[in-house]
Design a protein. Structure first.
Length: 69
């Protein structure tokens, strides 16, 4: 089973090395995986220091209250 995860990690890292920074959805398409699966793998690779996760955004912008500033 470890071979599967190692192969998957290698495939993701090779794709990112060749293509440069990618949106997780685009990476998922390129690897024929679900976006959720790719995000999970990227989180594990990030925790291991093998990738750098640079940006995230809210899916639904919320108004900022006057007291939050």
């Amino acid at each position: 089973m470890n071979d599967y995860w190692e192969e998957l990690d290698t495939e993701i890292l090779e794709k990112l090395t060749a293509a440069g920074p990618m949106d997780p959805v685009d990476l998922a398409r390129a690897l024929r995986m679900s976006p959720a699966a790719v995000c999970s793998c990227l989180a594990m690779l990030g925790a291991a220091g093998k990738v750098r996760i640079c940006s995230v955004e809210a899916t639904m912008p919320r108004p900022i209250s006057a007291t939050a500033a």
